[in-house]
Design a protein around this ligand. Structure first.
Ligand SMILES: Cc1cc2nc3c(=O)[nH]c(=O)nc-3n(C[C@H](O)[C@H](O)[C@H](O)COP(=O)(O)OP(=O)(O)OC[C@H]3O[C@@H](n4cnc5c(N)ncnc54)[C@H](O)[C@@H]3O)c2cc1C
Length: 401
């Protein structure tokens, strides 16, 4: 891959920078309506749905241009667009597996955040072992009747639609009896109960479906093809382009170093302590590794349409890094971490608590990274089996031989 910017890329970066400097909100966006208005502005400028085909309301831009926008947005701490789940991986799933009707009906409104989307996959007893899910969808002739419970549904409280996995055949192997639907969240059979998180906010929820209705036209792909469709969603969810994320870490790192120079222990700046310096040096090297991992994803995206199973490597790497990073930050900042802003942007919208983006909240959020979209242990299993082609089970007697 050629990692140099072309003249066209450089011009695109200059234009993006100018646009952001003129338009980035100067005040915090406190309400969902304010977030939607900012999202709409970004969309109209061509900075949302950049990789989506033009026929579905996207901008047909290159992954390089998208990386430039993410980088520039991080540089000025611009609030991120909303509907991240929809635009990041539910929309792309509809583009790959959906019917023409579904594409026309849902995609544009998703891009403009007119309709917010959530992902109804995990259940109380089906997280890592997603194929064990028990929510049922029964064919009623003209529609499906849905009964069951989902949990950890991000953006559930503000969503209009959800992508749903439900069992449609319980007599076949568990992976083979699952179908994928688009479910209207604003109907009497769907009850959303917000869950309060350790950060104090309620970004996710439990969702109870009692005789909820999924229309026939909202089945994605074929009946019982849900497992295959879920793999498309998860590939995008795990492997999303992460260069903007690296820029945010780098900005925060500069702030951390500044804090270490200002804060004193025993009358001397923390930065003078060789142990603190060594730890900062190590985490900086780690941060550079993340930058190159981000470039690797960008390179893969420039060559193919979908990140695939290798996206598990990126997900494992950056989420484990985030935990080390924020642990170190709190170790250095101590109780001040509760007060100092980390200029961290959270991908999801919190409209309930006005949660401050302190180092402490960033630390708490980093604990979620190695769980969502499949835990670190599950990513390691995927890397072993699907990327490296290792055998699923190693028999003890063969190990001895
Ligand atoms: C912030 C956040 C947002 C989320 N948003 C959504 C959402 O929008 N929609 C949605 O559907 N879900 C969502 N989830 C749920 C997430 O996908 C699950 O939490 C995750 O898949 C793990 O499942 P679980 O919580 O049931 O844990 P379990 O599967 O019960 O796992 C418990 C522990 O056992 C380990 N383990 C389990 N199986 C294996 C194995 N085979 N080998 C080795 N170790 C194993 C796990 O790594 C983990 O440490 C979200 C989760 C978080 C934290």
């Amino acid at each position: 891959m050629d990692l140099n910017y072309s003249a066209e890329d450089r011009e695109f970066r200059d234009n993006t920078r100018r646009w952001l400097e003129a338009n980035v909100p100067t005040q915090e966006l406190a309400t969902l309506e304010e977030r939607k208005a900012w999202h709409r502005k970004l969309y109209e400028a061509g900075y949302v749905g950049m990789l989506w085909p033009r026929e579905f309301g996207g901008w047909g831009a290159s992954p390089m241009q998208q990386a430039i926008v993410q980088d520039e947005m991080a540089r000025v701490s611009a609030p991120p667009p909303i509907n991240g789940l929809g635009i990041g991986f539910i929309g792309p799933t509809i583009i790959v597996h959906g019917t023409d009707w579904q594409k026309q009906r849902y995609l544009k409104k998703m891009l403009t955040a007119e309709e917010i989307w959530c992902q109804l996959y995990s259940e109380p007893n089906a997280g890592s072992d997603l194929a064990s899910l028990r929510t049922r969808a029964e064919d009623q002739g003209d529609h499906f009747l849905v009964n069951g419970q989902k949990i950890w549904t991000s953006s559930g409280p503000i969503s209009d639609w959800g992508i749903l996995l439900a069992r449609t055949d319980s007599k076949v192997a568990k992976h083979k009896g699952i179908s994928c639907f688009l479910l209207h969240m604003r109907q009497p059979g769907v009850e959303v109960r917000p869950l309060r998180q350790i950060t104090g906010s309620s970004l996710f929820s439990e969702v109870f479906m009692t005789n909820a209705r999924a229309e026939k036209r909202d089945l994605i792909g074929k009946l019982n093809q849900g497992w295959e469709i879920a793999q498309t969603t998860l590939g995008w969810e795990r492997g999303a382009n992460s260069l903007g994320r690296v820029t945010r870490y780098a900005i925060a790192f500069t702030q951390l170093v500044r804090a270490a120079k200002e804060l004193k222990r025993g009358g001397r700046p923390l930065f003078d302590d060789p142990v603190v310096r060594a730890k900062l040096g190590r985490i900086y090297a780690d941060l550079e590794v993340q930058r190159y991992a981000g470039l690797r994803v960008l390179s893969a995206l420039l060559k193919s349409d979908s990140p695939g199973a290798a996206s598990s490597i990126t997900k494992l790497s950056y989420t484990e890094f985030e935990k080390r990073y924020y642990e170190l930050a709190l170790e250095i900042l101590g109780h001040r971490g509760q007060l100092i802003s980390a200029r961290e942007e959270f991908e999801e919208v919190d409209t309930s608590s006005g949660e401050p983006g302190t180092w402490a909240t960033a630390f708490l959020w980093s604990r979620a990274g190695t769980i969502y979209s499949g835990s670190s242990e599950i990513q390691k299993n995927i890397i072993g089996e699907r990327v490296l082609g290792l055998p699923k089970e190693v028999r003890a007697d063969r190990l001895k031989a």
